[in-house]
Write a protein that binds this ligand. Structure first.
Ligand code: A3P
Length: 316
């Protein structure tokens, strides 16, 4: 087979956090500082294992995002774009119509934390994989490897926090939005500090645009078809004139749209799911923060982010 192929088809279900994994009733106790970045404690063994043993291969594409910035969407878009030779995006039998995007593209921290990192070796090239790790924590075997590419998706931090709050509430109903918000302002939110996460990949994309593509959730929402074209060019699979004529880029964007993915049976709420596929599809919009934050909160977080990003050329 030629990749990417859905992870689940070759390797079986992605490991989930064990039932014994503490729930984030107190976010501050749930995360731990790893080399200046804040990560869920149960990811740490995975991060260590990735740094020690991940063996990159020519053609690997690593998808990166802070949590709740559109990881699920990016997985779907990259998979559908790169696998379009084997799986026409308009086809009724497309893997994304029967599998959640997280079953198609493995989450590295979870896989390696579960001791299953070796499963990556069984995937045909080119492989797709995803991580929430900050750039400073990624192994040099990825960041200094001309054979690996990185695609980063970022999002207005205010919307990221709102999305995080709703997601975390599923695991721990007592969480308050102000806990999530204060942690972010302090830099101790999951995968934080946010500004370091953003700057790491932003600067890497400026220094080496062939190796690192920096996408913005809001821009992708505005023009998903153009986003798909950009992604395709970046991975070395631009749409041919014949494909454009046939509407292939539009088909990818349509297949991966919020409405399409959310309405698929596989992504509908399922009884007794410990992590429901439907949790990854909430609103799929920009500026929902205005429904959760006071103008003062928004100004405060914007001020912090602006200050930290000053001079970088990146702003929100
Ligand atoms: P909201 O909670 O604001 O709706 P992640 O995949 O990193 O966990 O991010 C989840 C966020 O991306 C959620 O945001 C979710 O609704 C949104 N999302 C998921 N799939 C999407 C898609 N196909 N298009 C746009 N947004 C999507």
């Amino acid at each position: 087979a030629v990749g990417p192929v859905p992870f689940k088809d070759i390797c079986g279900a992605m490991p989930l956090p064990s039932a014994a994994t503490p729930r984030p009733s107190d976010l501050r106790q749930w995360v731990r500082c790893y080399q200046g970045t804040w990560v869920p404690e149960y990811h740490v063994p995975g991060i260590v294992a990735i740094r020690e043993s991940f063996a990159p291969r020519r053609g690997d594409v690593v998808l990166v995002s802070p949590p709740k910035c559109g990881t699920t969407w990016l997985k779907a878009l990259a998979f559908a774009t790169m696998a379009r030779g084997a799986h026409p995006p308009a086809g009724a039998g497309h893997p994304l119509r029967r599998l959640n995007p997280h079953d198609c593209v493995p989450f590295m921290e979870m896989l390696f934390a579960a001791g299953c990192g070796g499963k990556m070796d069984t995937l045909p090239s080119p492989r797709l994989m995803a991580t929430h790790m900050q750039h400073s924590v990624l192994p040099a075997s990825i960041t200094h490897n001309p054979d690996c590419k990185i695609i980063c998706m970022c999002r207005d931090p205010k919307d990221m926090l709102v999305s995080m709050f709703h997601f975390a509430s599923k695991l721990a109903p007592n969480i308050s939005f102000s806990d999530v918000f204060e942690a972010a302002c302090e830099g101790t939110n999951i995968s934080g500090p946010i500004w370091d996460h953003l700057l790491g990949y932003w600067n890497a994309s400026k220094a080496n645009p062939e190796a690192v593509l920096f996408l913005r959730y809001e821009e992708m929402l505005r023009d998903p078809v153009e986003g798909v074209r950009k992604l395709a060019r970046f991975v070395g699979q631009p749409f041919s004139p014949a494909e454009e004529e046939a509407g292939a880029a539009t088909d990818v964007a349509r297949l991966c749209s919020f409405d399409t993915l959310r309405s698929l049976e596989i992504n509908r709420p399922a009884a007794a799911a410990r992590y429901g596929n439907d949790w990854y599809f909430r609103k799929g919009e920009a500026r929902d923060w205005a429904n959760h934050m006071t103008p003062d909160m928004a100004r405060r977080l914007d001020g912090i982010i602006q200050e930290k990003l000053r001079g970088s050329g990146l702003s929100f």
